[in-house]
Design a protein around this ligand. Structure first.
Ligand code: SF4
Ligand code: SF4
Length: 217
């Protein structure tokens, strides 16, 4: 108990609260976990440059300046996919990523120091797979968040081209996904890592714009 009469901790009680707020972002120190398949690409997703994301240190929403690779959450919740609710424990505890090993909720100094450093990204994790990297580059050029912001702003000013071009971009994003599955034999669970989350989901959530469901082919 501290001097205010409140209970304080100075070691991890493995209560799982941090795991229920979302999975960790990956750093260079975690690349071996991905290369070895201990954390498969299907368990990851990409927050692309310019996307809105919660800053785990400040707690606020920010537009990220460079991409972040994160462990997925379970559908419809924030809880990390590796958190076992019944056992109230991490299923990969012994090999958990560096953010999880560094986080001390009672003293956030260490996590604040390492949080933005040496972040992993798609290029580092896919450095040997040239055709996928080229596709990712093309997707980034055609469906960037900088362009989404510009078109959203045009639309807000009443320019019909803003809405039309946004819808065309959503369709193109869906087409990229279709091509990766149909022609590239990529399993659908990997798309959130390879291309980020679908624009048909992100634009309504992050820009408050209603989107017509895109045709995928
Ligand atoms: S770091 Fe804190 S919030 Fe996370 S499991 Fe340990 S005690 Fe709970
Ligand atoms: S990887 Fe394990 S320790 Fe880290 S957030 Fe997920 S469940 Fe928690």
């Amino acid at each position: 108990m501290n001097h205010n009469g409140k209970i304080s901790i100075n070691e991890c009680a493995r209560c799982g609260t941090c795991c229920m707020k979302g999975g960790p972002a990956l750093h260079d120190e975690d690349s071996g976990l991905v290369e070895s398949g201990q954390i498969p690409l299907a368990s990851l997703y990409t927050i692309r440059k310019g996307e809105l994301a919660r800053d785990n240190v400040s707690g606020g929403l920010i537009r990220v300046e460079s991409e972040i690779i994160k462990v997925k959450s379970i559908p419809g919740a924030h809880t990390c996919v590796y958190y076992d609710d019944a056992l109230q424990s991490c299923r990969i505890y012994d090999i958990r990523p560096i953010e999880c090993r560094t986080l001390e909720c009672w003293d956030t100094g260490k996590i604040e120091t390492m949080y933005s450093r040496h972040r992993s990204d798609r290029r580092k994790l896919l450095n040997a797979i040239q055709w996928i990297l080229e596709l990712i580059e093309t997707h980034e050029a055609r469906c960037s968040f900088a362009e989404i912001s510009r078109l959203a702003s045009l639309r807000e000013k009443g320019d019909p081209q803003g809405a039309e071009k946004l819808q065309a971009m959503v369709n193109e994003d869906a087409h990229f996904r279709y091509m990766m599955i149909e022609k590239g034999q990529i399993v659908p669970d990997m798309l959130d890592f390879l291309l980020g989350r679908p624009l048909s989901e992100i634009i309504p959530l992050q820009f408050g714009i209603k989107i017509t469901q895109a045709l995928s082919d």
